[in-house]
Design a binder for this molecule. Structure first.
Ligand SMILES: Nc1ncnc2c1ncn2[C@@H]1O[C@H](COP(=O)(O)OP(=O)(O)OP(=O)(O)O)[C@@H](O)[C@H]1O
Ligand SMILES: [Mg+2]
Length: 167
C-alpha cells in the first residue's frame, strides 16, 4: 500500500498540537498523544474527508489502551463499543503494590470506548437510536465520533476534543 501524508491537528480547549502522518503506522503517535488528553466523559470529534484515517485512529487508540480486538456493534455499523475491562484487571494486578502514576491512573479510569460513525446520520432524530447521552453516563466512557458535523446540534455544548485530518 502506498503512503499518503495526512496532516492532523488535535485541539483540546485552547491548546492545539500538530502531527504529520506519513504512513499508516504513524497513527500510533497521534493515538498516544490523544490518550494523554482523554478521560472518562471525554468526547472526541474526528473530522476529515472520506478515507482520511478517522477509523484508523480509533483503532490505534483502542490498541494503545489494550482493548481486545473485537468490538461489539449494538446498532449495526453506526456504533462500536470497545470494552477495556480486561485491561483494567491486568493493570490492577500489575500495580497492586506499586504506586500508579497520574497518567496511568487516568487511563485506568477509562473502561469503554464508544466509537460512533455519524456518516449516515441525516437527522438528530437518528441519535435517539444511538442514545449517546445514555452511553456517556456509563462510568468510564470515552466517545469518539466520525462525521461530527452530522450531529452538530448534539455536540454544540459538549466541548469535544477536536481532531482534524487533512490530506
Ligand atoms: N498515512 C496514510 N498513508 C496511506 N494510507 C493510509 C494512511 N492513513 C490511513 N490510511 C489508510 O486509508 C484507508 C482509509 O482510512 P480510514 O478508514 O481510517 O478513513 P476514515 O477517515 O475512517 O474514512 P471514512 O470517512 O470513510 O470513514 C485505510 O485503509 C487506512 O489504512
Ligand atoms: Mg471511518
Amino acid at each position: 500500500m502506498t503512503s499518503q501524508t495526512r496532516k492532523v491537528t488535535i485541539k483540546s480547549g485552547k491548546t492545539a498540537s500538530h502531527f504529520v502522518v506519513h504512513k499508516v503506522d504513524d497513527w500510533q503517535n497521534v493515538a498516544k498523544a490523544l490518550v494523554r488528553l482523554v478521560k472518562p466523559g471525554t468526547i472526541v470529534a474526528l473530522s476529515g474527508p472520506l478515507g482520511a484515517g478517522k477509523t484508523t485512529l480509533v483503532q490505534y487508540l483502542a490498541k494503545t489502551l489494550d482493548a481486545p480486538k473485537r468490538a461489539i456493534s449494538p446498532t449495526f455499523a453506526l456504533m462500536r463499543i470497545y470494552k477495556l475491562e480486561t485491561r483494567i484487571s491486568k493493570l490492577v494486578s500489575r500495580n497492586r503494590k506499586t504506586e500508579i502514576r497520574d497518567s496511568a491512573k487516568r487511563k485506568f479510569d477509562i473502561r469503554r470506548l464508544v466509537h460512533v460513525d455519524a456518516y449516515r446520520i441525516e437527522d438528530v432524530k437518528d441519535l435517539v437510536v444511538l442514545d449517546l447521552d445514555e452511553e456517556l453516563m456509563e462510568p468510564g466512557t470515552v466517545v469518539l465520533i466520525e462525521w461530527p458535523e452530522n450531529i452538530r446540534s448534539w455536540l454544540s455544548k459538549k466541548h469535544p476534543i477536536e481532531v482534524r485530518i487533512s490530506f
